[in-house]
Design a protein around this ligand. Structure first.
Ligand code: HEC
Length: 378
């Protein structure tokens, strides 16, 4: 009898002792999975760099990680493996939950791992060149603003290979998205736009248009949650000498006037890489969703005209998107599911980078299936 009580007491003591602490167990998880956004100047609403900053949020952190709301990641784990998979392991979730349940203790400061160094103002290494809107754009307080396009000449005298690229607003609150396109010399795309003056194209680009009437390549985009463009050694994007960068910015209004001077930073590859990276898009921009339909199906497909190594996927739908499925059909008829996003969130524009790039031979079809909810639920 005495023996049993003694052993119970011992177990109790051992458990209390092994409760996770902030410095030893939780901080490494925050460094790896949260601080890229939860640091000053980034999109997370509060910094989570120190114990003092994190402690008041302990209960909210427990809830958001246990429900897998944070970090934002929406891919169904049954399909595909992604190198930028942000989801926490069950073990990390359990550690955070146990830490909060134990009263969120700080622990020994000497247990803290070394701090990560971030580039101030960028999520990429220090850019070699920065292109910015020539002057701040005055965002009105009210109304709908069309997608604005600015032509920014690169003045590159030689071809450049881009290893890292990042687009950033200076006023995140009013920028829904940015796309930086490359326009090579000789392209007729937006030929009436003048450098320095925001331009609104007359009509949306016709997907069947002549190739010289379309952007030459997509360089990098910005939307909340979208990571900068980072290429592995041996791959880079080509920006030919004399190209322009076209910045497309979508501003939203919220009753307060503001200013934004969006910019793009580029880091060049040390040497020309063996592989040129390009971004392709399978778009279906012509559908109309019947009013009130809670589960409207939209499909788009894209047949590859050349052999391609597929590195990543980016489902993009507007506010009424519900779910998204990417499949491929190989020329031999085999199909494969690459990505399933069962709960698409308009607030987050995520990219899914494949852990193992897939070789897609010429003639492969990329099939995208999406459902939209146009009912009152949405
Ligand atoms: C890609 C950027 C990003 C990452 C990575 C990220 N967060 Fe967030 N987090 C946000 C943004 C933006 C919000 C506010 C919008 C929202 O709640 O969706 C937010 C909100 C939160 C909130 C809710 C705050 C509130 O007002 O209640 C908590 C808690 C939180 N994050 C914790 C975490 C933790 C813990 C991690 C890492 C395990 C993490 N986040 C990773 C961007 C991020």
């Amino acid at each position: 009898m005495q023996f049993r009580i003694l052993s119970l007491a011992l177990i109790g003591a051992a458990q209390a002792h092994s409760a996770p602490t902030f410095t030893k167990d939780v901080l490494p998880i925050l460094r790896k999975n949260c601080q890229e956004c939860h640091r000053p100047g980034e999109i997370g609403p509060m910094p989570l760099l120190t114990y003092e900053q994190t402690r008041p949020w302990a209960a909210a952190i427990k809830g958001s990680v246990a429900q897998r709301k944070m970090p934002p990641w929406f891919a169904d784990p049954h399909y595909g493996r992604f190198s930028n998979d942000r989801s926490l392991s069950q073990r990390d979730i359990d550690t955070i939950v146990a830490w909060v349940n134990a009263g969120a203790p700080k622990g020994n400061p000497n247990d803290a791992p070394p701090a990560i160094t971030f580039t101030e103002g960028w999520g990429i290494p220090q850019p070699d060149v920065v292109f910015q809107l020539p002057k701040p754009y005055a965002i009105p307080a009210k109304g709908t603003i069309e997608y604005l396009h600015w032509v920014v000449p690169t003045n590159f005298k030689t071809d450049k290979w881009v290893q890292f690229a990042e687009a950033r607003p200076t006023d995140r609150a009013h920028v829904h998205h940015i796309i930086a396109f490359v326009r090579e010399p000789g392209s007729n795309w937006l030929k009436d736009a003048k450098p320095g003056i925001p331009f609104i194209p007359e009509k949306p680009k016709d997907p069947n248009a002549n190739i010289s009437d379309l952007p030459s390549d997509f360089l990098v985009g910005y939307a909340p949650g979208q990571p900068p463009e980072r290429f592995e050694p041996g791959q880079a994007k080509l920006v030919k000498a004399g190209s322009d960068i076209i910045l497309q910015v979508h501003y939203t209004t919220d009753g307060r006037p503001s200013k934004d001077q969006t910019r793009v930073g580029l880091v060049f590859a040390k040497e020309p890489p063996p592989n040129r990276a390009m971004t392709l898009s399978a778009t279906n921009g012509t559908f109309k969703i019947p009013a009130g339909d809670p589960n409207y199906l939209v499909e788009s497909e894209f047949t590859l005209g050349t052999d391609v190594i597929l590195h990543g996927l980016h489902p993009h739908m507007h506010a009424r998107g519900k779910d998204f499925l990417y499949r491929v059909r190989y020329p031999d008829g085999r199909t494969e599911t690459l990505l399933s996003v069962p709960n698409y969130s308009f607030a987050w524009q995520l990219w899914y980078n494949l852990e193992k790039p897939i070789a897609l031979p010429k003639g492969t079809k990329i099939l995208c299936t999406a459902h939209f909810d146009n009912s009152v639920n949405n």
